[in-house]
Design a protein around this ligand. Structure first.
Ligand code: ZN
Length: 150
């Protein structure tokens, strides 16, 4: 493919080493090729053309891909952030609910959850008392969180 030197206008092959007319090392400075212009070039041809000062525009689809990717990344970031915020808020509400002792005593599950969190609400353990299992704690916590969210 022939491209004019931007200094002396001599037509040069795109794989020339420098301008054969004026000797410029960057004969393609300021030359911009569209996707159709460099169709069929190998990657090294494009690199060489850029080394001689030329520029190529990237195909539309690659711009779209980048745009969509950026969109996806920022969306998932936003989504993740708002989920975190929501669960933080529920945790605070749950902690507040547990601090209200009257509230806790009315609901045996909350009393149980206090034990889960390592806070012992009993001076004397009731008969038949067993330490809450991790599974039980998870179940109670989920139930209470669900109620708070409602
Ligand atoms: Zn030239």
């Amino acid at each position: 493919m022939l491209i004019k030197c931007s200094h002396c206008s001599k037509e040069l092959s795109h794989d020339t080493k420098s301008c054969l007319g004026c000797g410029s090392r960057k004969p393609f400075k300021g030359v911009v090729l569209g996707v159709k212009d460099y169709k069929g070039w190998m990657h090294k041809d494009i690199r060489h053309f850029q080394k001689l000062g030329g520029k190529v525009t990237s195909p539309l689809w690659s711009k779209i891909v980048v745009f969509v990717l950026l969109g996806l990344i920022s969306f998932s970031f936003y989504k993740c952030n708002s989920l975190n915020e929501a669960s933080k808020e529920t945790n605070v509400q749950l902690d507040n609910a547990l601090k209200d002792i009257d509230n806790v005593l009315k609901d045996p599950r909350k009393r149980r959850l206090l034990e889960c969190k390592g806070i012992d609400p009993y001076k004397i353990k009731p008969e038949g008392w067993t330490a809450p299992t991790k599974q039980e704690c998870d179940v109670i916590e989920k139930q209470l969180e669900a109620e708070i969210k409602r």
